[in-house]
Design a protein around this ligand. Structure first.
Ligand SMILES: C[S@@+](CC[C@H](N)C(=O)[O-])C[C@H]1O[C@@H](n2cnc3c(N)ncnc32)[C@H](O)[C@@H]1O
Length: 372
């Protein structure tokens, strides 16, 4: 068995934090926690990689930007950033996290929507889709649909959409311990492994809407205090194999999806249903783990990395965070015309939710083969 010293020799301790060094509160600071997202990396990792490998102030590209961790941290560390994602809800979430707001207007709008919810007698949920009727208790559905009917009236409608989605997630008929991918609605009382007592599925959504409206405001305000002045993020919604990715980036920093692990549309199904977002899941890379799906994955990620690297300044790095169990990345990098310069291993200590546990992931530091 490896001794602890030998094990630590192979791990980059500066990139490996224990729960005590870096508690959940820090990992989910300000806008990073505007909405749950399974499969994001932690902001402190991005912060360290930017400081270590990217020239000060250089613009950063993330072609698989997800919930926008790279973009938010880039803005905090004084870089412009561009993020691409195929999933409409992720693009919405990134925009809401990185936009600049008139905070007075934002506060007035969020408080106004909550006051109207308090004053209203949300009607029934007739006319609700089959999904809404199946996954929400009647009162919760009526409250969510009422809130949805208000959203378009506001300047910061997208912020209200994210509040609505987050409240919908919490108000689904699920057990408390299976919020990530519940398979069937939970209609009656159940033994809750999380709270060690009998719990009941939620019947209302109004308290979530109010709580998340205020929490969102506080988080956007907190981020506005720490983001660098004059730095902006652009969010591109679409397939990174086909979109123009901008030019002259000082680094690519990304964590691509991995075959068969997470369905990035399905985890936010409620948001697609309530907000009427387009589902482009068929173009999501990493769906399925059959031989054919893996071959498509390798071609697709290689294509995106090659196209991204073409938009880099001379000598700029491509930084890829991945837990490559199948050892696909040596050939992905080669196919992308990238040369692996360095590989650092980090210990991932704990994640929240049912997938809690520990594992290792690598940061691949690559450059185009033309560069020396
Ligand atoms: C591992 S996640 C990125 C998480 C991100 N680092 C974060 O912290 O939130 C990978 C992302 O790639 C996106 N994706 C999958 N296929 C894509 C494609 N063809 N073009 C653009 N994005 C894609 C998924 O929707 C998912 O959000």
């Amino acid at each position: 068995m490896a001794t602890q010293d030998a094990l630590y020799d192979r791990i980059d301790l500066e990139l490996s934090w224990s729960e005590r060094d870096l508690p959940e509160r820090e990992r989910t600071k300000h806008v990073h926690r505007l909405h749950p997202y399974l499969g994001k990396f932690i902001p402190q990792l991005v912060e360290t990689l930017l400081a270590r490998y990217v020239r000060p102030g250089g613009p950063v590209l993330d072609p698989f930007a997800g919930s926008g961790t790279t973009l938010v941290q880039a803005l905090e560390s004084g870089h412009d950033a561009t993020g691409v994602d195929i999933a409409a809800f992720n693009a919405l979430l990134m925009r809401v996290k990185t936009d600049e707001y008139n905070l007075f207007v934002l506060e007035r709008e969020l408080r106004d929507a909550c006051a109207r919810l308090d004053a209203a007698e949300p009607g029934g949920h007739e006319g609700a889709s089959a999904y809404v009727r199946r996954w929400f208790a009647p009162r919760a559905a009526a409250e969510l649909l009422f809130f949805r009917s208000l959203v378009d009236e506001y300047e910061h409608a997208d912020v209200l959409r994210v509040v609505l989605a987050r409240a919908a997630r919490s108000a689904r008929r699920t057990t408390h311990f299976d919020l990530d991918f519940p398979r069937a609605p939970q209609r009656g009382a159940y033994w809750c492994h999380k709270h060690k007592r009998e719990c009941r599925p939620v019947a209302r959504a109004d308290h979530f809407l109010r709580r998340y409206a205020l929490d969102t405001l506080a988080r956007i305000r907190a981020f506005s205090r720490v983001r660098a002045k004059g730095r902006t993020a652009s969010v591109l919604h679409g397939d990174a194999r086909a979109l123009g990715l901008g030019a002259d980036h000082a680094a690519v920093l990304t964590s691509p999806p991995y075959p068969g692990l997470i369905d990035y549309h399905e985890q936010h199904r409620y948001a697609y249903e309530l907000l009427g977002l387009e589902d482009r899941g068929a173009s999501e890379l990493g769906r399925g783990a059959t031989k054919a799906a893996i071959a498509d994955y390798v071609d697709g990620v290689a294509d995106v990395l090659r196209r991204s690297a073409e938009q880099l300044e001379d000598g700029a790095p491509v930084l890829v965070v991945v837990n490559d169990r199948r050892e696909l990345y040596p050939s992905i990098l080669e196919q992308a015309g990238l040369r692996l310069e360095h590989r650092v291993r980090r210990h991932v200590n704990r994640r929240t939710g049912r997938r809690a546990g520990e594992y290792f992931e690598d940061v691949l530091i690559a450059r185009t083969s033309m560069q020396r």
